[in-house]
Design a binder for this molecule. Structure first.
Ligand code: GDD
Ligand code: MN
Length: 366
């Protein structure tokens, strides 16, 4: 019977799998375990390598996902496929020392609900953090997250942790499928659970590249705001609105710049509208839809469709604004804000279906 399932989300980790397997095998000599790779159809053939490994060892399994993308949902799929009563989630890039797994199991045996490997506990080494900037981002990010969670953790964003399959399965219906921060998401819904951190020797990546970039911080912020709204506003909508707000400031700076350059109002307004639209589309493509990013020719097709959708939004915008204006005693600012809000929500609902995501009309073409 399998006692522990090691869940490893992978994207372009072909070169790391064999060493990872050997490392885990070396660490888990006395217990029965399996390793479940959840690969998002990596172009480097990670899934083939995983199946090669499975031919040699019968405790290797591979889920190759064709349609789905994203770290959080990959981990969730792995847990749902797991046979073990305990699940361990770890990176597939050899940054996490499998030597810690027996200690994690021990702590779970002693009654802890969740045990994680922390990069910032005394005794930890975070040699694998790529830069000074990322280091300080982590420090301040962690402070903010602890404040938000109301618990003290030295590393709420770690990617290496163990818990019971039952606890994880219970949490899945409320967890985010989009996103990067599985552990943060899990503990958010299990704040009352017994959580223990163990010092981790976080190693540098040897092959391949990290998928965690600055936009991850943005997504995390959106996720936090979404959770505050009790899920009323999904993280993508929060991100979309955030981008829309930044876009409005672009709109106004362009508007006033071209006005002061002598252009008449309607020309300035038209230039500002087009600039803001391109800006919004580009930023949404990078930040809001990182995992469904349109590139090359589809980027321009997407932009065209987006502009088309947005032009209907302008009608909704103006009518809502007018209605609000009449309803609330000709309050201009409030009316303008209501108009912009309706516009953004409209654009979100339509482009979330047609441009980006699983039902995108560009998906088959890409
Ligand atoms: N299936 C799947 N789909 N796997 C993915 C995806 C995806 O979209 N994106 C990343 N992965 C896999 C990687 O192949 C790797 O095994 C693991 O998930 C973590 O990704 P990395 O790209 O190595 O992330 P990192 O090392 O920069 O980030 C680490 O620190 C973060 C906290 O700052 C990870 O431990 C994260 O889990 C952690 O949140
Ligand atoms: Mn990593």
């Amino acid at each position: 019977m399998t006692a522990v399932s090691i869940i490893v989300p992978t994207y372009n980790e072909a070169k790391n799998l064999a060493a990872l397997y050997a490392g885990v095998a070396g660490a888990l000599r006395d217990i029965s375990w399996e390793i479940v790779f959840v690969d998002d159809n990596s172009p480097d053939g990670t899934a083939d390598i995983a199946r090669d490994l499975a031919r040699q060892h019968d405790n290797v399994r591979c889920i190759q996902r064709i349609q789905e993308r994203g770290l959080c949902s990959a981990v969730q799929w792995g847990v749902q496929a797991a046979h073990g009563d305990v699940v361990v989630v770890m990176d597939g890039d050899l940054q996490h020392d499998p030597g810690l797994i027996p200690r994690m199991m021990e702590e779970l045996g002693k009654g802890q609900d969740i045990v994680s490997g922390s990069r910032f506990l005394s005794g930890s080494r975070a040699g694998g953090l790529p830069s000074e900037l990322r280091n300080s981002l982590s420090v301040y990010g962690n402070k903010l997250i602890n404040l938000y969670l109301g618990i003290r953790l030295t590393d709420p964003l770690t990617g290496f942790f163990a818990t019971t399959r039952a606890l994880f399965l219970r949490s899945i219906p409320r967890m985010q499928a989009d996103g990067f921060k599985v552990f943060f998401d899990l503990i958010y819904y299990n704040r009352k659970a017994a959580i223990k951190e163990l010092p981790l020797d976080f190693r540098a990546r040897q092959h391949g590249s990290s998928k965690l970039e600055l936009y991850v911080i943005w997504l995390l912020l959106c996720d936090m705001i979404s959770k505050l709204s009790r899920g009323l506003a999904p993280p993508r909508l929060v991100s979309f609105v955030g981008v829309g707000l930044i876009g409005s400031s672009v709109h106004f700076s362009v508007l006033y710049t071209s006005l002061s350059a002598g252009a008449v109002f309607w020309v300035s307004q038209a230039i500002a509208t087009v600039m803001a639209m391109i800006f919004n589309f580009t930023l949404n493509n990078i930040l809001t839809y990182t995992d469904h990013r349109l590139v090359g020719a589809t980027f321009y097709k997407g932009l065209l469709l987006y502009s088309f959708i947005a032009s209907f939004g302008i009608v909704a915008n103006v009518s809502t604004a007018q209605l609000t204006y009449e309803l609330f005693q000709f309050h201009t600012f409030l009316a303008a804000c209501m108009g912009i809000l309706i516009d953004i929500v409209w654009r979100f609902v339509i482009s979330n279906r047609l441009i980006w995501g699983n039902s995108s009309i560009f998906k088959k073409a890409a």
